[in-house]
Design a protein around this ligand. Structure first.
Ligand code: PHE
Length: 419
């Protein structure tokens, strides 16, 4: 990567950051967490954390990227030397890149499930299926390492190819095509859900705020989700920020990202619960909400196979625009540090993630908690990896805020904030 790589337009960073932010977090994790934690109460804590903590850290992380114009690891190194700060701040770059690497490894496996469901939906094979059949089908998918590996490889392969094609030709062109398509699909699914589902029940579930519904775990989940959904503390925003136009406003851009990301989560949530309640199904199904409950809701609706298929395309597309933002920080490091070509860098990153992703694949079958004897504190490898990133994300976020708030020279911060 040459130091002068900048997005083609002033607004491209916004597009790219929204692409990174909107993903499985909005369409899969947000609805199931809200469903498990009493709906409205969860959303209240989530929205407050986004506004009070998420937006400031988003500004700080973008600032670090734009001020250094390098990948997170090399960028932090540069800022540390030009600001005479302590070398331990390098941790921000290293932890970010490591977290991106770990997240991509399991993100790709889960996005792979959506590939499977796209096929099932479009083929009409779930039409009229019973709850039992659909849930057995999901268990059968998870029990098959070869299917999971196939989808994981496909998803990761496409992500790596897009990033390998370059910042302009691959990432930018891909986003310019995918993002508008995703918004149109979301709108179509929403209108369908409003017509066919129970919109009133969904709205009242998501927007009735009763804080008693929220356990301590619910509070923690809501706060963790606000970091995950904004892609914070993982080098992704810093890496994209490195290409941000000097003229774009950090504050306005960060607020726009948070608003669009939250709107997408809410629209998806309202649509999903309208369909689920419309069919008399339960909200608190956990991670299976999107892969068991929702297909079941589609199974009995007119045009459900087609719309269900379209919905899962939305999931794959949104996951893809997030995954490419996880490839970039690590690939950028390889390019800058070892002066290797972009295609070689992404292949290296892709292979590493693919291998690590096998731990997640096997966590659902041959190493599932009952049979896995090497588990750490009762967790299977996937739980452990997810737990690690859940610690790294807020920690990275806090370190970023502290670094920009204190050791970084005031003139530099003021200059960045002036736009
Ligand atoms: N924000 C993405 C989502 O909601 C996930 C993600 C996390 C992407 C961190 C990049 C970096 O799905």
């Amino acid at each position: 990567m040459s130091q002068s790589t900048i997005w083609s337009h002033k607004g491209t960073f916004l597009l790219a950051a929204v692409g990174s932010a909107v993903g499985l977090g909005n369409l899969w994790r947000f609805p199931y967490l809200a469903g498990e934690n009493g709906g409205g109460a969860f959303i209240l804590v989530y929205a407050l954390t986004i506004a009070a903590v998420g937006i400031p850290i988003l500004i700080a992380e973008t600032l670090l990227g734009r001020a250094s114009r390098k990948s997170p690891i090399m960028g932090m190194k540069e800022l540390i030397s030009s600001n005479n700060s302590h070398s331990s701040w390098k941790m921000i770059g290293w932890m970010g890149a490591l977290a991106a690497f770990i997240i991509l490894s399991f993100y790709s496996v889960i996005a792979g499930w959506a590939i499977h469901y796209t096929g099932l939906m479009f083929s009409g094979s779930l039409a009229g299926a019973t709850a039992e059949e659909i849930s057995t089908g999901f268990d059968a998918l998870l029990a098959s390492p070869s299917l999971l590996i196939l989808y994981h490889s496909l998803f990761l392969g496409v992500s790596v190819i897009i990033v390998g094609m370059g910042v302009h030709k691959g990432i930018e062109n891909g986003l310019r095509f995918m993002m508008p398509a995703l918004f149109i699909i979301l709108l179509i699914v929403f209108v369908y859900a409003a017509i066919e589902g129970d919109l009133a029940a969904s709205l009242s579930f998501l927007f009735t705020f009763n804080l008693d519904d929220l356990s301590l775990q619910g509070w923690l989940d809501a706060m963790g989700q606000s970091f995950f959904t904004l892609s914070l503390g993982m080098g992704a925003i810093m890496a994209y920020g490195a290409y941000m136009s000097p003229e774009a406003s950090l504050t306005r851009t960060a607020i726009s990202i948070a608003i669009v990301d939250t709107l997408v989560a809410l629209v998806a949530g309202v649509a999903i619960f309208a369909l689920v309640f419309g069919q008399g199904l339960e909200a608190g199904q956990g991670p299976g909400l999107m892969f068991v409950t929702l297909p079941l809701a589609f199974a009995d609706l007119p045009g459900g196979s087609l719309l269900g298929g379209v919905f899962f395309i939305l999931v794959i597309g949104a996951a893809l625009t997030s995954a490419i933002s996880l490839v970039e920080p690590v690939a950028g490091y390889f390019i800058e540090r070892f002066k290797i070509s972009r295609p070689k860098a992404v292949i290296l990153m892709g292979l590493g993630c693919w291998l690590l992703g096998l731990l997640t694949v096997f966590s659902f079958n041959i190493w599932s908690t009952e049979s896995f004897t090497h588990d750490l504190f009762g967790k299977n490898p996937f739980d452990t990896l997810e737990f690690m990133t859940n610690v790294m994300m807020p920690l990275g976020g806090v370190l970023i805020a502290l670094y920009v708030g204190c050791p970084l020279k005031n003139e530099l911060v003021a200059q960045q904030m002036a736009t």
